[in-house]
Design a binder for this molecule. Structure first.
Ligand code: PS7
Ligand code: MN
Ligand code: MN
Ligand code: MN
Ligand code: MN
Ligand code: MN
Length: 402
């Protein structure tokens, strides 16, 4: 049964399993452990979104080239023989797109109900990615015609087209920047909240989870946002070096949650000056206060995560959902008050990750892991930090959760 639904008898599906190992550091193991046909279905879902994300991430593709590829990706993904070799040589997952026809072929023999969910989520995500990439391209070419941000609703945000904006020809290479906290949440909804929604719909379609799980959009969104925000916090330096500014100015700028201690330029958060003048916090201290505000913003999703995990029935689905979440809270604790995060990529220790994988087996255990990390975060926050009270409140909520 397991063998039949995993597709090991087909050359194309074997290549897809190879690509899962090649493109995913964290998800490959938990996806392969999913029960029955869910392993293959989620593997293909992952590869479709990984393909799309590889195009989004490639900052060497100019906006006017990237826009039409992103906006038609849901068509390409079901077009027999479609491949793409336009990614730069440094794009780590470019080979997946070079041989993308194997994913297309497997999607064609997938049950139509599963395929429809995958294509629908892909379509919604590509629109969001294209709109955000394009908004940056306009901002950096100096046009005053910056699209209105806050009002962009996921369903309505399909209307921007490169050639239509102020008659500008956009040659600038890619990049991305976010101004408002609500734009940050919407971007994260597109690239991760929608993944949560799609996964819940796939779980429901497989009959391994309740019929109503596919409709739990709010909690599914929080599951994605908690992972995505953690990734964006940890990868700050790498992303800034690549011209990706995900941290909203509303949080790191002056007059935000850190008030006068905010910055004028986002790059300045990487400063290493530790001198205090007339008792004013140093650059390093101010950057840590901004970091606290970002981590507090992410931690606010933690109660939803614990609520979500409580409703799952299937053990393999539980492990798949829970392990990335416990890794995420451990990563937030590692980043909290850690100035090294602004200089290089920091990662939780192998032994700590192994311990988390082994103990993320049921809702009570996961809540206890969250409690442990919440306490460690609470113990590190200083009363001088503008997020002091907020961190205390959310850590209290996590500790009280039962
Ligand atoms: C289908 C498992 C479980 C209800 C490629 C899993 C990149 C954090 O910065 O690879 O590119 O290296 O570290 C994943 C909800 C999505 C959200 C999003 C699809 C949880 C394209 C994961 C993975 C929902 C956009 C990968 C969101 O991080 O990033 C499947 C429930 C892809 C989940 C991206 C990020 C995922 C991400 P980077 P990573
Ligand atoms: Mn990426
Ligand atoms: Mn991306
Ligand atoms: Mn982009
Ligand atoms: Mn990242
Ligand atoms: Mn990465």
């Amino acid at each position: 049964q397991e063998h039949a639904t995993s597709g090991w008898d087909r050359k194309t599906m074997r290549r897809c399993w190879d690509f899962l190992d090649m493109t995913s550091r964290s998800f490959a193991a938990v996806i392969k452990e999913l029960e029955g046909d869910l392993a293959r279905v989620v593997c293909l879902f992952y590869l479709v979104l990984r393909g799309l994300d590889t195009i989004e991430d490639d900052m060497t593709i100019p906006d006017d080239v990237k826009q039409p590829i992103l906006r038609r990706f849901h068509e390409h993904t079901v077009t027999p023989g479609w491949t793409f070799d336009g990614c730069g040589p440094n794009e780590k997952d470019r080979q997946l797109l070079v041989e993308y026809d194997v994913v297309v072929e497997e999607l064609h023999i997938l049950q139509p109900e599963y395929r429809a969910i995958i294509v629908d989520i892909c379509h919604k995500m590509q629109v969001g990615m294209a709109d955000y990439a394009h908004r940056y391209a306009i901002a950096t070419t100096g046009s005053a015609d910056l699209p209105k941000t806050g009002g962009l609703h996921p369903e309505k945000a399909g209307g921007l087209h490169p050639e239509k904006v102020g008659g500008l020809h956009l040659e600038k290479a890619g990049g991305l920047h976010i101004e408002k906290t609500e734009d940050y949440d919407l971007y994260c909804h597109y690239v991760a909240g929608l993944v949560g929604e799609g996964l819940c719909r796939l779980f429901t379609a497989s009959k391994k989870e309740a019929p109503w799980l596919g409709g739990e959009l709010e909690l599914a969104n929080s599951m994605g946002l908690f992972l995505q925000k953690t990734n964006i916090i940890r990868d700050f330096r790498e992303d800034v070096d690549d011209r990706r500014f995900f941290w909203p100015r509303e949080i790191w700028g002056k007059g935000g949650p850190v008030g006068d201690l905010g910055f004028d330029n986002v790059q300045d958060l990487c400063g290493t000056d530790t001198t205090t003048v007339d008792g004013k916090p140093s650059v390093v201290d101010r950057a840590l206060f901004v970091q606290s505000a970002m981590i507090l913003n992410a931690l606010n999703h933690a109660p939803d995560v614990l609520d979500f995990l409580r409703v799952l029935k299937n053990q393999s689905v539980f492990n798949f959902c829970a392990i990335p979440q416990t890794m995420a809270i451990a990563t937030l604790e590692l980043c909290f008050m850690n100035p090294a995060m602004f200089q290089r990529n920091i990662k939780i220790r192998k032994a700590e990750a192994a311990e988390l994988i082994m103990s993320s087996t049921n809702p009570r255990e996961v809540a206890s892991i969250f409690r442990t990390y919440a306490r460690r975060i609470h113990a590190k926050v200083t009363p001088r930090d503008p997020s002091f009270l907020g961190v205390g409140v959310v850590c209290g909520k996590i500790e009280q959760w039962c």
